[in-house]
Design a protein. Structure first.
Length: 104
């Protein structure tokens, strides 16, 4: 039996804080992803849609880690405590992105 498209995709919420709100022009969005996608792949999609046109970075140059000064939380838990960038996303959740670099 094949899985229907609605069963293989899920909606996740992305929230932007600090200077990332200015970069993206929004405070949050919801995006559909393929169930089982890695967090790294999801962040690559977010970077392509919201950061690349503005010549800003969410991921570092080789796209294998977060750019300096970017904090990423999944359901309010730092990703370093929840499986890192290679964890698979299998259910709806909230990804929070925060810039730790700011002016004084």
């Amino acid at each position: 039996m094949t899985e229907s498209n609605s069963e293989s995709s899920i909606q996740i919420k992305i929230r932007f804080f600090s200077s990332l709100r200015s970069t993206t022009g929004i405070d949050q969005t919801e995006i559909p992803i393929k169930k089982g996608d890695t967090l790294l792949n999801v962040l690559h999609q977010v970077e392509n849609k919201y950061f690349t046109p503005k010549k800003a970075q969410l991921l570092d140059g080789d796209l294998k880690k977060l750019a300096v000064g970017i904090l990423c939380l999944i359901d309010d838990v730092d990703i370093s405590l929840s499986g890192g960038l290679h964890q698979k996303i299998n259910s709806s959740l909230t990804i929070t992105l925060i810039s730790s670099i700011h002016g004084g």
